[in-house]
Design a protein around this ligand. Structure first.
Ligand code: SAM
Length: 289
């Protein structure tokens, strides 16, 4: 099978199977071999690796992964793509295609079966409509991971990297930076895809920390606090936390903790660093009823 990264070969496969793009599944297939090479190199995929690919499409990147990795598991929601993948991946015996929604698959079970529970790498050109739930799901369900190398919307890649004081800073930035070191490895223009998306894209590599950079007594509680703080942007942190209604703390508790931390009673959530959210959540956790 000829490489699908070349537009003419992708078009030939699409025509052979009379494939119709499904907008609702965020289908923008890669048609640029340089970008594919860059993704594989940034993910440092080698013969020891078991790789999970989310949304293989017609198998363009899957072929590259199969060439370079020991084992590849590709999860694709669109059943119309399954016979195409059987065809384009027929030369490889180290690829398993699963026809499922990635948000419903038990990834921990896949890691257990395919890699003896040892950390895997995730490599994907993600469907943009569910970027955040996919990333949060991978981190929060504690899937054993070495790294996640993904194509996302440029704006979302930026959001993962920034700190307080920027408009893009939010719950996603904090979650990513708690679990991993983010690094944008390539900017990718719309003409590298078929059909072309309306937005610019970027490849970002998230390298999982063995130990998070801050100490947190109760991770779930910290993320409830972070979500509550960003639910109401441009409002004070106190209002955000009180309006959440499920944190088990009073206004007096919060005021006391803010004072202890040397923060003003009118501080906003978007001004706090990850270290400060960790400190805040550890202190509030002590007062929780
Ligand atoms: N990897 C291919 C490539 O680079 O050419 C396709 C990437 S395309 C941006 C996203 C792929 O994810 C599509 O094949 C789409 O059908 C699939 N997809 C969308 N939602 C999904 C879901 N919930 N679970 C699994 N795959 C999904």
């Amino acid at each position: 099978m000829a490489t699908l990264g070349i537009p003419a070969n992708t078009i030939a496969v699409l025509q052979k199977y009379n494939f119709n793009f499904q907008k609702k599944f965020g289908q923008n297939f890669l048609i640029d071999t340089h970008v594919l090479d860059k993704i594989i190199a940034s993910a440092e995929v080698g013969k020891d690796d078991c790789v999970l690919e989310i949304g293989p499409g017609i198998g363009t990147m899957t072929q590259y992964l199969a060439e370079n990795a020991r084992e590849v598991v590709a999860v694709e929601i669109d059943k119309a793509l399954i016979p195409i993948l059987e065809d384009t991946l027929s030369e490889y015996d180290n690829v398993t295609v699963i026809n499922e929604d990635i948000l419903k698959v038990d990834i921990n079970k896949i890691v257990e079966e395919k890699n003896n529970g040892q950390p895997i790498k995730v490599v994907a050109n993600l469907p943009y409509y569910i970027t955040t739930p996919i990333i949060m799901g991978l981190f929060e369900s504690h899937v054993p991971l070495k790294s996640i190398t993904i194509m996302v919307q440029k704006e979302v890649a930026d959001r993962m990297q920034v700190g307080p004081g920027t408009k893009d800073y939010g719950a996603l930035s904090l979650a990513v930076q708690y679990y991993a070191k983010p690094e944008i490895v390539a900017n990718v223009p719309p003409n590298c895809f078929m059909p072309r998306p309306n937005v610019g894209s970027a490849v970002i590599r998230l390298t999982r920390y063995e130990k998070p950079p801050v100490e947190v007594e109760d991770e779930k509680y910290m993320f409830s606090i972070i979500r509550a703080s960003f639910n109401q942007r441009r409002k004070t942190l106190i209002n955000g936390l009180l309006n959440a209604g499920n944190l088990g703390i009073t206004k007096e508790d919060i005021l006391e903790v803010l004072e202890e931390m040397g923060l003003s009673a009118t501080v906003r959530g978007e001004a706090l660093t990850l270290e400060q959210f960790a400190d805040l959540s550890n202190k509030l956790n002590q007062k929780k009823k």
